[in-house]
Design a protein around this ligand. Structure first.
Ligand code: TYM
Length: 331
């Protein structure tokens, strides 16, 4: 089976530097080598309450962000998850092959729900099954994501294996996670032990792809630092310094060692200034292109429609075979 890439981002809130460096930026280079399918996962977004108008807007924003970051709709398929019914169809089928014990191990569900588990929706609980369906509906072989999605991808492999074993075939490839580079887990700027996240209540915890130069500069200036002299890499003793080094290294495309070589003897203030200048240089063309693209909703929607048709055609062919394997009467 030819290599095929699948990945996605939820249209909830602002995209941030973690989404860019951990995922989207890595997709760009893959387009020339592989068949790539990039989804805006709106079915995943509604596992927690969403306002309809906000969801529509966020779906278009994520699409604009993909394009502005360098995902080329002429090379890659870009589409909204809800436009291809195979995702929910296959999620049901795979859900029937997923033991509850496997889902009970998912740390993201536990973290998101805390003590309030009884009020969480069935959708939120089944979220990783839908994610497996996203990938397997296209029989994708590789999935480029950040570190936080690793457990979900392991589950997707387990589910694919369970299906293959039950029906005694090897229909689904076991999808390989691609978790690469120095930025697989970008941490909050306010707390180096917490992941940078869309849902953190403090906007100072993250750099949004919509932030202007002034905001980026202010956020890096206010980023938490420590009392140790100089700049050195030590994830457990100096989580904040290490996070800033990782961000610098990813943005500048140089090794951590090179960053420490250049800035090791400098203080936080100097390092943050250099980092903020670098981030502004890299992000401002993306931000302005995103703004331009969003002025033309009909263009964004045309990209999504074209992508939906292409993704739908691939998935429909696979779903026909899957229905046959499962034993559904074909009419
Ligand atoms: P989402 O929308 O939370 O995040 C999108 C991508 O960004 C990565 N990411 C990060 N990388 C580094 N540092 C961070 N702080 C950081 N925060 C987020 C995520 O790992 C992800 O790659 N369930 C997925 C979306 C999804 C999906 C899929 C992905 C649905 N179906 C199928 C791959 C394949 C999610 O919520 O990502």
């Amino acid at each position: 089976m030819a290599d095929r890439i699948f990945s996605g981002v939820q249209p909830t809130g602002n995209l941030h530097l973690g989404n860019y460096l951990g995922a989207i930026r890595n997709w760009v280079g893959m387009q020339n080598q592989y068949e790539c399918i990039f989804c805006v996962v709106d079915l995943h977004a509604i596992t927690v309450p969403q306002k309809p108008d906000d969801l529509r807007q966020a779906t278009r924003e994520v699409t604009a962000a993909y394009i502005a970051c360098g995902v080329d709709p002429k090379k890659s398929i870009i589409f909204p998850q809800s436009s291809v019914s195979a995702h929910s169809d296959l999620a049901w089928i795979l859900g029937c092959h997923t033991p509850l014990g496997w889902l009970n191990r998912m740390t993201q569900f536990k973290e998101k729900t805390g003590k309030n588990r009884d009020n969480a929706s069935l959708g939120l609980y089944g979220y990783p099954v839908l994610m497996a369906a996203d990938i397997l509906a296209y029989r994708a072989t590789h999935v480029p994501v950040g570190e936080d999605q690793k457990q979900h991808l392991e589950l997707a492999r387990d589910i694919a294996g369970a299906f293959n074993r039950y029906y005694e075939n090897d229909y689904f490839p076991l999808p390989e996670p691609l978790i690469q580079g120095p930025a697989t887990r970008i941490m909050s700027l306010r707390d180096g032990t917490k992941k940078m996240s869309k849902s953190d209540e403090s906007d100072y915890s993250r750099i949004n792809l919509t932030d202007d130069a002034e905001a980026i500069d202010l956020k890096f200036r206010k980023a938490k630092s420590d009392m140790v002299e100089g700049i050195s890499y030590d994830e457990s003793a100096r989580p904040e310094a290490s996070n800033l080094i990782n961000i610098f290294s990813a943005l500048a495309n140089v090794s951590r060692e090179a960053v420490v070589n250049d800035y090791g003897a400098r203080n936080f203030s100097d390092f943050k200034k250099a980092l903020s200048a670098l981030a502004i240089e890299q992000l401002s063309p993306i931000t302005s292109l995103m703004r331009e693209l969003l002025k033309d909703v009909s263009y964004i929607d045309a990209v999504l429609k074209d992508g939906a048709e292409k993704a739908g055609a691939i998935a429909a062919k696979n779903m026909k075979q899957i229905h046959e394997i499962v034993g559904f009467v074909q009419l």
